[in-house]
Design a protein around this ligand. Structure first.
Ligand code: THU
Length: 156
């Protein structure tokens, strides 16, 4: 049974929003991102990552990191999942779960992925996991405060 980690902000930290995702759906997301990690193409970093992206209407898109011999062209798992979803017509997202093999640290999205997530709203739930099934929960707003997004351009 998965456990919420001690420093998980879910319902306990003073500045955290509560998740709009139900407990069963969270467990499903955790499972999907762990499965997606198995498909990671990471011959250079040997750091497999999996992601599971929940849409507003309950569909889940998975993603893994896809590296390249030309290193900067590598893509993170989170962005793979987002690109799959966008390319199939989805724009409305509720949550992202992320998995890696790191036992010590919860896997957190990189800055570039946070910004790409931000493109599609501030109201995301982000579940950052460890292989033992514990997770840390933050909103995207907490992970990327004072963010710049599409609305900023409309003020010109
Ligand atoms: N990576 C992800 O896919 N997501 C993250 O949240 C952090 C890092 C990937 C990028 C690269 O393929 C490998 O992990 C090492 O940085």
């Amino acid at each position: 049974m998965a456990q919420v980690s001690g420093d998980c902000s879910r319902g306990s930290a003073p500045n955290s929003a509560s998740s709009s995702v139900g407990p069963e759906q969270i467990q499903h997301l955790l499972h999907v991102c762990k499965e997606a990690k198995k498909e990671a193409y990471c011959p250079y970093s040997h750091f497999p990552v999996g992601a599971a992206l929940l849409t507003g209407d309950g569909k889940i898109f998975s993603g893994c990191n896809v590296e390249n011999a030309c290193f900067p062209l590598g893509v993170c798992a989170e962005r793979t999942a987002i690109q799959k979803a966008i390319s199939e017509g989805y724009r409305n997202f509720r949550a992202m779960a992320i998995a890696s093999d790191s036992e010590e640290e919860f896997i957190v999205p990189c800055g570039a992925c946070r910004q790409v997530m931000r493109e599609f709203g501030r109201n995301w739930d982000v579940y950052m996991t460890k292989p033992n099934g514990t997770y840390m929960f933050k909103t995207l707003e907490e992970l990327l405060p004072l963010s710049f997004g599409p609305e900023g351009l409309k003020k010109l």
